[in-house]
Design a binder for this molecule. Structure first.
Ligand SMILES: [Zn+2]
Ligand SMILES: [Zn+2]
Length: 144
């Protein structure tokens, strides 16, 4: 990106009870079309950033975070006061935390780079941004 990269970016939930800081660099940023993200956020798809666990600090509101085990390997934390979905973690990559890009206060160090789980997208979702569309069984395989 041509603008100067921030060293760290803060974020939070809708009500402000939960606040956190993500130290750059992040490792990934993509739009996820899986049905769990869709239902969890009430949106066509969810744009996630991924950051190493050691670079994410919850500054306040830890006591407001409620964890929902959304699959055998993954869980999602949300603010119990306002319901904002915040942190997604998976035992498949325990050193990484996924955070909705929309919950950050400002731009991070990268732009969304792909659509993942694209085969699972809602029938009413149309995208034409030219980004790679990944799908298949893993949700991350190149389009056939
Ligand atoms: Zn909240
Ligand atoms: Zn998803």
């Amino acid at each position: 990106m041509d603008r100067s990269t921030p060293r760290e970016v803060r974020g939070g939930c809708l009500c402000g009870a939960v606040r956190f800081t993500v130290v750059m660099p992040t490792v990934f940023c993509a739009h996820c079309h899986c049905s769990m993200c869709r239902r969890n956020h009430g949106a066509a798809y969810v744009t996630w950033l991924s950051a190493p666990r050691g670079q994410v600090t919850v500054d306040c509101g830890t006591d407001q975070l409620t964890r929902y085990q959304s699959s055998e390997h993954g869980s999602r934390s949300f603010c119990s006061r306002c319901g904002s979905s915040l942190f997604c973690v998976s035992t498949r990559h325990p050193d990484i935390i996924d955070i909705p890009l929309a919950n950050m206060d400002g731009p991070i160090d990268r732009a969304p780079e792909s659509h993942i789980y694209f085969d699972d997208r809602a029938a009413w979702t149309f995208v034409a941004d030219g980004l790679p569309r990944l799908g298949g069984a893993s949700g991350l395989e190149p389009e056939q």
